[in-house]
Write a protein that binds this ligand. Structure first.
Ligand code: SAH
Length: 460
């Protein structure tokens, strides 16, 4: 670092107040401005705004600041409809008009591709949004705690362990909110003890309510620290009486000191252990712990984008890497010769196999393993996929997998990504043999800063 830069950095300190122009939106939904050439992230500031902010943290490459006052307001600024928006860590963009959110998500993808893949004019389409971007989540997973002696349930504040009580949540489907509120009330009335993380006493840890959008069936799961629930018979009776819409009540036991929600033991307390869900032509039987995409309406659009990008004629061998419970592979199977999925978690692979059977799809198989190990192994055995779909976690593709893709060179790679930075870095490497043809952002989580995109890479 040059000496003059050091001097300038030293001039930014915690507590300092400054006036900044916000240039763009960061990947966590913060406004990005510059002060003496240092990046400053200002929470809840919007692009185009001039804001007055106070520095809360200074790092080598950037500083964080708290918004004190908006001096010049963006046209995209709106009043967040949620009463606990400031406290809750669930959403980060409710202060931004929805159309502007969609435009910003597209912009974030473009910027990443410019920066990491060195593409001046990347082929990014407008973000596919929702007509009604509320009530879209099919699952509420709320931690239970005590506040002033009262049972509460909700989400943690961003970056903290303070539980925010949610009486309702506007991104949740109504059915899940109703179940959570009734369950809270009944647990409180029956005096069933809340689990205390610090003392490691009590019973109830988490309330999970899920609704199947395709059929309306609903499921309640109570995660407990102990195998026994006091007054369990009365509990079940009350839940059934006040929530006649439930098709099943399940208990999951998690005795560990962990931030993971579910433990290993699942017990059906009443009714069916699964709910029936439908997505397009596919149907699923979802057990309490089975993974399912959280926004079914947008998932359908996402998978259709994958299908468009894959351009299947019925003759192709398709690999579905990072396949989870196999939904993308099953979505494509009717249009391909064969689909093979790879997934790390054995339970998910079991679900994928069951889902294939349930839908009478016999040209799809699912395999436990690491994509970066199994794909090269198959390649050695002569397996030559025509299309490879990848849907990795936020960390992106393993280098060994990128090498294998460049070695096997399928005609098309369809990259489903939830992290524009790793997407762009991976594309930079794949560009050795592939051309990026299209990128389609799909808004899976309105009012949050999550950005999902489907990219098509074609062999040069
Ligand atoms: N395609 C799925 C979800 C993908 S989420 C769907 O649309 O529903 C990413 C998945 O990748 C997770 O299920 C995770 O368990 C799996 N995973 C993580 N690392 C992996 C690896 N190295 N190889 C294979 N799967 C992996």
């Amino acid at each position: 670092m040059k000496p003059y830069q050091k001097e300038q950095d030293a001039s930014i300190r915690v507590g300092q107040q400054m006036t900044l122009t916000i240039k763009s939106l960061g990947i966590n939904g913060e406004g990005i401005g510059y002060f003496k050439r240092k990046i400053v992230f200002v929470d809840k500031a919007l692009p185009g705004e001039v804001v007055h902010a106070q520095v809360t943290e200074v790092k080598e490459k950037y500083a964080l600041a708290r918004l004190l006052r908006v001096v010049e307001k963006s046209k995209s600024r709106t009043v967040p409809p949620c009463p606990v928006y400031e406290e809750c860590g669930g959403c980060s963009l409710q202060h931004m008009d929805y159309q502007a959110q969609l435009a910003s998500k597209k912009e974030i993808v473009i910027e990443s591709l410019r920066k990491y893949a060195r593409l001046d004019n990347p082929p990014v389409a407008d973000t596919i949004g929702m007509d009604n971007p509320w009530g879209y989540r099919n699952k509420a997973q709320f931690q239970v705690g005590k506040q002033d002696g009262k049972l509460i349930a909700g989400l943690y504040q961003t970056g903290s362990h303070n539980l925010v009580n949610l009486e309702g949540c506007q991104v949740q489907h109504d059915a899940t909110s109703q179940i959570v509120q009734a369950a809270k009330q009944i647990l409180e009335e029956l005096g069933i003890p809340v689990y205390d993380e610090r003392k490691r006493t009590g019973v109830i840890r988490t309330i999970v309510a899920r609704v199947a959008f395709g059929t309306g069936e609903t499921q309640l799961t109570l995660v407990t620290a102990t195998p026994d629930i006091p007054r369990v018979k009365e509990l079940i009776l009350e839940l059934r009486t006040r929530l006649p819409q439930l098709v099943g009540i399940t208990q999951n036991v998690n005795a560990q000191k962990t931030s993971l929600v579910f433990g290993d033991k699942t017990i059906s307390l009443w009714g069916k252990p699964t709910i029936a869900e439908k997505l397009g032509d596919l149907s699923f039987a979802l057990s309490a712990r089975a993974f399912f995409q959280l926004n079914p309406e947008q998932t359908k659009k996402l998978y259709d984008q994958v299908k468009n990008a894959a351009q299947l004629t019925g003759k192709e061998l398709v690999l579905d890497l990072y396949c989870g419970t196999g939904t993308i592979g099953l979505w494509l199977a009717p249009y391909a010769r064969e689909v093979r999925g790879i997934e790390l978690i054995p339970e998910a692979v079991e679900d994928a196999k069951r889902n294939a059977e349930h839908n009478q799809i016999d040209n799809a198989s699912f395999h436990v393993g690491r994509a970066e190990q199994l794909m090269p192994k198959w390649a050695k055995q002569g397996v030559r996929p025509d299309v490879v779909v990848v849907d990795p976690p936020r960390t992106g593709l393993d280098n060994a997998l990128i090498r294998s893709l460049l070695d096997v060179t399928p005609a098309r790679i369809v990259y489903v990504s939830c992290n524009p930075s790793t997407l762009a870095k991976d594309i930079a490497k794949l560009q050795a043999k592939y051309k990026l043809v299209s990128v389609q952002p799909v808004d899976m989580f309105p009012h949050t800063s999550h950005v999902e995109a489907v990219s098509l890479l074609v062999k040069k």
